[in-house]
Design a protein around this ligand. Structure first.
Ligand code: ARG
Length: 611
């Protein structure tokens, strides 16, 4: 039975005190709603992190299997001591570059827009790819070779760690599910200036080359410094926003935009436009443009001939708003970077320092080999001493860098959790209304530096968790035999899946936290101005009750709510674990599952300490 319960609305009056009789206060529905919305975000973040962690190991397993199979077929060196980095198999010839599948729709229509725009027909942009950070699409990119994607350098501002990035193709081979190809290496142009966006270009090396099956093709790169004249109608494509600050496109969009002369660009955009590395394209009347999320995507112009080819002259870089009158979009001039591109793509594997992905996939031999093989060969190149000593030194350096990579990879996992926590603590509109003093915690580590005129939209709106990760079925266990390291990875995967099962098993459409009730004991004010409270919350058909502390004035409340959210997450996890462990473990406890349904709280005195 309920003792006297006061239902008050915010703002709260000073808590009444009645000697000897505790008074209880229900947090009002608006607060519960805001708390629920934040809780749902926290759940989504937790699910994303869990999926990311699981997905990474699943990818490692796939890669390992790929290597082992290659070894069995004698197409790749067998794993074992001094195993060199598996070289990607030479993919089938890509066929002519820049060739588009003839499409029923004529893209030359002038009304096609990315801003507000129309969907591209299938096969229209065979070189278009999407770059994802932690599974979240951030930028476009263009396939220029089987293992190379060209994109904008600013996409990696603040997030240069290749282990976090994956690439998916716009045109998957028919019937195949969009696969995320891990990134092996990110090569931003060494003169990229994040303040001015000068030289906004980066090459991304894929861990495994794409197959030229189906409609997938590389784009053609300009052969020389010459570019088509102003007025040439070129094409842009991407998944970017449909209008400024608008939602992103679900499918690829395309538009025709004319190239503008350097003078026109300069007049329109002022001194921010550096014609040496930037060109602009679009309509001074506005309305048709690329937008946030299109960055890194292609601006191609058709080269006439018996078989017209699309040549990449620009990479989407920045704009002043999207489709604003007088403000054409700005693209990095690909033609002026021809030499740099060639140099990077033709470098030998031992010509540059091994990437973290290469080092993490490397099984170091116990003893350095006389002839240091990849990935360590790089370190012995410049060694002046005798071969044996150099090999030893190279081995040491390789191991050292590998350790740094391991730390980095651990840091990512932590970063993922941190990001989750930031999502958790970041104020939602509801929360802001509730808690004006609750500032967003430390600047996101992934946030790019801001440039006033640059639309950077590096963090497009979060999407339903679960949608971003293609489900990979782990390979059957019998394959483990004869593939060293595979079993450990499979165990790691199983452990991770177990630890995160509580959140991974919730279908994304049910991923909603519902704070049903928060009942504060008005007679229990602590020194820090908080009150003991019982919380009743639900996630799908699971319900938990736990004790915590809540503030009843705006400032103290703002401080206390994030903690309640964390406690709720803990409670759901414990409840799920208890349920999985068997009925005897499911006994009701603080943070444990509520036996049945939606009973309103009967206040008992909860512990004043939260976890
Ligand atoms: N910087 C944006 C991105 O990161 C591209 C903006 C292009 N804007 C424009 N108005 N053309 O996606």
């Amino acid at each position: 039975m309920l003792p006297p319960v006061l239902l008050l609305l915010l703002p709260f009056p000073a808590p009444p005190s009645v000697d000897g009789h505790p008074l209880y206060l229900h947090l009002p529905p608006s607060t519960l709603q805001a708390l629920s919305a934040q809780g749902t975000k926290a759940l989504q973040a937790a699910q994303r992190s869990a999926q990311w962690a699981v997905n990474r190991v699943a990818m490692e397993i796939q890669h390992r299997l790929h290597e082992c199979r290659g070894c069995a077929n004698h197409t790749a060196p067998c794993p074992g001591p001094a195993r060199p980095r598996p070289q990607p198999q030479q993919p089938a010839a890509p066929g002519p570059c820049g060739e588009r599948r003839p499409s029923p729709v004529n893209v030359t229509r002038a009304h096609g827009r990315i801003v507000g725009g129309s969907a591209a027909p299938p096969g229209a942009w065979p070189w278009l790819v999407r770059l994802q950070l932690g599974g979240q699409p951030l930028c476009g990119g263009v396939l220029v070779a089987a293992s190379w994607v060209l994109t904008a350098a600013h996409c990696f501002a603040g997030a240069q760690n290749e282990l976090l990035w994956t690439v998916t193709l716009a045109e998957e081979p028919r019937g195949e599910q969009a696969e995320e190809v891990p990134v092996n290496r990110i090569l931003p142009h060494p003169k990229f200036d994040p303040r001015t966006f000068h030289n906004d270009l980066a090459l991304v090396q894929l861990w495994t080359p794409v197959s030229w099956a189906g409609a997938v093709r590389p784009v053609c790169l300009p052969q020389g410094p010459r570019e088509p004249p102003a007025g040439t109608a070129c094409a842009i494509a991407g998944w970017g926003a449909l209008f400024e600050d608008g939602p992103e496109a679900e499918a690829v969009r395309e538009a025709r935009v004319p190239l503008l002369s350097a003078d026109t660009c300069r007049r329109a955009l002022g001194s921010e436009l550096h014609p040496s590395s930037m060109l602009c394209a679009g309509y001074l009347a506005g309305g048709i443009d690329s937008c946030q999320g299109d960055s890194g995507g292609p601006l191609t112009c058709s080269e006439p001939g018996p078989r017209p080819r699309e040549v990449l002259y620009g990479v989407t870089s920045w704009g002043d708003g999207c489709g604003e009158p007088g403000k054409p979009g700005v693209y990095t001039r690909v033609a002026v970077f021809k030499d740099w591109l060639q140099e990077q793509m033709s470098a030998t594997p031992s010509g540059r320092e091994p990437s973290c992905r290469e080092l993490l996939a490397w099984d170091p031999p116990g003893e350095p080999q006389a002839d240091s093989a990849p990935p360590c060969a790089f370190y012995s190149r410049v060694c002046p001493g005798p071969a044996v000593a150099c090999a030893r030194l190279a081995h040491q350096q390789c191991l050292q860098r590998r350790r740094r990579c391991e730390l980095r990879s651990l840091a990512h996992t932590l970063l993922g959790l941190l990001r989750g926590a930031q999502d958790l603590l970041g104020p939602s509109p509801g929360m802001r209304r509730l808690a004006p003093g609750l500032a967003r915690p430390a600047l996101s580590l992934l946030e790019p530096p801001r440039h006033p005129a640059r639309e950077q939209r590096l963090h497009p709106g979060s999407r339903a968790a679960g949608a971003r990760f293609p489900k990979r079925t782990p390979e059957p266990r019998e394959e483990a035999s004869g593939c060293p390291g595979l079993e450990t990875l499979q165990q790691k995967l199983a452990t991770l899946q177990g630890a995160h099962a509580w959140i991974l098993q919730v279908p994304s459409e049910h991923l909603a936290m519902d704070f049903h009730e928060v009942l504060a004991d008005l007679g229990s004010k602590t020194l820090s101005g908080l009150f003991r409270a019982w919380v009743r919350a639900g996630l799908g058909d699971r319900h938990v009750v736990f004790g915590g502390l809540v503030g009843l004035e705006p400032a103290t409340m703002a401080r206390s709510l994030p903690r309640l959210l964390v406690q709720a997450l803990h409670a759901f996890r414990s409840a799920a674990l208890a349920e999985a462990a068997g009925p005897q473990m499911g006994a009701r406890q603080s943070g444990g599952p509520e036996r049945k349904g939606h009973h309103p709280l009967s206040p008992q005195i909860p512990s004043a300490r939260g976890p």
